[in-house]
Design a binder for this molecule. Structure first.
Ligand code: GLU
Length: 294
């Protein structure tokens, strides 16, 4: 038997150009880059710009500038999600054909109103691990004929995963391999906690969850290194990988850099923005120290 080809590990840093990079991004990018060095791997940069209403060419250029200044080198060409909508559509079609996705017609406002009315009666609407209300069952339970009519009328809609049905297709428990700063080892994925997650939006032909699993597979990513804020969402990614026959990478969710108020940094946090720190005269080594790396 020929020995298996030993492939080099493939890492990626996947920012969204909808705000300026801050110290949290720097930690992620440095960790990826350091692991690439230690393991003689590949380092890819992916621009997650499916939300065309918030992403701009200027912010994308700022990402290249900031990462270049930090001394990071990535392989070209860079994958930009906005250039691959047809690939996400193919993945969505597969889930629709398998009857695992349904058109969701409720607007954000309508969803909020339903939740508010329910909670006004002193009952608690179920929430996902991030605290967001689960999507109401109305569209999932809509009769087929009504669904077809609404679609034919051109009503704006998203597509959502029928979580219960999707979980029922699994023959065994799902796990992912984790080596990060929290729980490690084989982690059981519990996607049902997220309810009917969105697969494509009415204003964007894909969702973060769908495009991230498609891209990680298409780019041959073997190791996903990202912030702890995405630890729980990994359950959704494992489920989608299973439904779409995509190979699961290993995961490493790292600690988050918190702001002075103890909360996760946001993109509008000017004082921790890399460009602002650079303008103040900080060096890339200062940034490493600031994020707790040697
Ligand atoms: N684009 C996501 C973000 O900027 C990261 C997604 C990921 O690493 O899976 O938060």
């Amino acid at each position: 038997m020929p020995s298996p080809v030993r492939q080099k590990p493939v890492y990626r840093f996947a920012p969204s150009p909808n705000g300026a990079l801050h110290l949290g991004h720097a930690l992620s990018a440095f960790l990826n880059h350091d692991m690439v060095r230690e393991n003689s791997g590949h380092f890819l940069l992916r621009i997650e710009d499916i939300d065309q209403t918030r992403c701009t060419p200027e912010l994308e250029q700022a990402i290249y500038d900031d990462l270049g200044w930090l001394g990071l080198e990535w392989e070209k060409p860079v994958r930009r999600q906005s250039e691959h909508f047809d690939e996400y559509r193919t993945a969505l079609d597969r889930l629709v054909e398998a009857d695992l996705a349904y058109p969701a017609f409720l607007s954000r406002g309508e969803t909020k109103a339903i939740v508010r009315a329910f909670e006004a009666e002193g009952r608690l609407w179920p929430r996902d691990p991030d605290g967001a209300p689960l999507y109401p069952a109305i569209d999932r339970q809509r009769p087929q004929a009504e669904r077809a009519e609404l679609l034919a009328s051109g009503r704006q809609h998203a597509w959502r995963l029928d979580m219960e049905k999707a979980v029922r297709t699994l023959h065994s428990k799902l796990f992912w391999r984790e080596s990060g700063d929290g729980q490690t080892g084989e982690i059981e994925a519990l996607p049902a906690l997220w309810g009917d997650v969105v697969l494509s939006r009415s204003d964007a032909p894909s969702s973060y969850h769908l495009s991230v699993v498609v891209d990680d597979a298409l780019q041959g990513i073997t190791h996903v290194v990202r912030g702890m804020d995405l630890f729980n969402a990994t359950a959704i990614h494992r489920l989608l990988q299973q439904l779409l026959d995509l190979p699961p990478p290993a995961y490493h969710h790292h600690r988050l850099i918190l702001g002075a108020d103890g909360r996760k940094l946001s993109k509008s946090e000017g004082s921790t923005g890399l460009a602002a720190l650079r303008a103040e005269g900080k060096t890339p080594s200062d940034i490493r120290r600031l994020v707790g790396l040697l």
